[in-house]
Design a protein around this ligand. Sequence first.
Ligand SMILES: [Zn+2]
Length: 453
Amino acid sequence: MRIHGKELPVPSFFQVYNFGGGNGDKDREIVYAELTSDTPALVNYYYINNRYPHLFQSKLFDQVQRFSRVGDLYNYIRGELIEKGEIYSGYTGLEYDFNDKVFLLDSGAFSIVKYVAERVGYDVDRFKTEIVRHATEYYDFAQALHFDIVVGFDMGGKYTEKDGEGENTVLQRFLSEIDPAEINGLLLEKTVEYLLEHPGYYPCVLATVHGNTPQEYRANVQSILRLENAHGVRFWGFALGGIASYKQVDPSWYNDVNFNGGGKRGFIETITPARACKIVRSMVGDRPIHALGCGGYNNIALNFFNGATSFDAATPVRRVGDGNLASTRIVFDPTPSQEGFSKYFMGGINMDGSMREEDCAYVKLNQVPDTMPLCGCPACSIAGSVHHIKELYAMKETDGEANYFSRQLIGLHAVMQHRHLCRVVSSYDSMGDFCRDYPSRLNEGLNRIQRQL
Ligand SMILES: [Zn+2]
């Protein structure tokens, strides 16, 4: 598929750039962007918009209004970070242009909900008026920076007690008083209104779908389609929300599935996204479907074979964040350790298309064999060997940038594995065919699940 002159393969894994929501590894992910080349990017409005005060706010985003293309904004940030010295001296960076990337903007709704709720003194009626204003500003922001795709502004699905945990009891009471489904309906209507008022709107808009059960999901899609018909508006595609965590979804999504033969571990989280994709695909023709937060490695094949065209996940890069200082002193000792190590994504498919021997898993770096062959992705080609990654990792106390670099080599390898799996599954028509050519414990388990969906 092409979008604004850029290629967006089907399916696509979106790399989540969380710069603005953290430092350290988040900075370096921007600096070493060339290692994942034109992998599309998801960024979070809440993190990159300094009007919302937050912990990791970056001054660089004060410059947002200078730019009319999000790619230029990220080129600027990358230049500033390199200028600051946030790059390993043993690595010669390549020219890179963020304008080659497809950018998707997501709202980071829950953080904004909390912010707005506090501003209006937890008054439900004032909240409704105010949240709509924030939605309008969000769409204006996406237009000003010419994002390629924007996820419809919404406030997420059902809120649980846990969401207010550690917050004040006032917020908890507020969350129990609002009906997210009602407010999401209101936001959807405002989105339609906005699109009618902005006929030349640049970003492709995804209508956000929610629902606690499969039935509610179906009903929500129906209401979106009804609204489209009533107003003569057509969303570019659909963003599936509220399905990323199997622990938070209603068990009716998956409690009829038999896990005999493969167990639940690694598989249970694939079911809700796959079923949600299947439901929405059956109702919306050939329009794009993005499964929000559902791009974990185990999810990718089932998402695709059930109708998703894209998905995202922060996990591949997040797993390097587990590494602590103590672990850098013992990285050459393979004895299982309680220390937090950066985790390396093992298994998957080599860039030449051959299947790797290891099972798919994130493994503590000290337990990855030094001589294990690498996959051939750009990060692995630069690393040369696991041994070299460990050497860089161990340099934490003498050269912090060497350590950061090793962590990016690990994280961006994992991103490329996700991306590569997308490429491989795209040439198959069914999970069964894919599994026949790539028989693994994972794929055979997924194939058993696919037959039950
Ligand atoms: Zn690799």
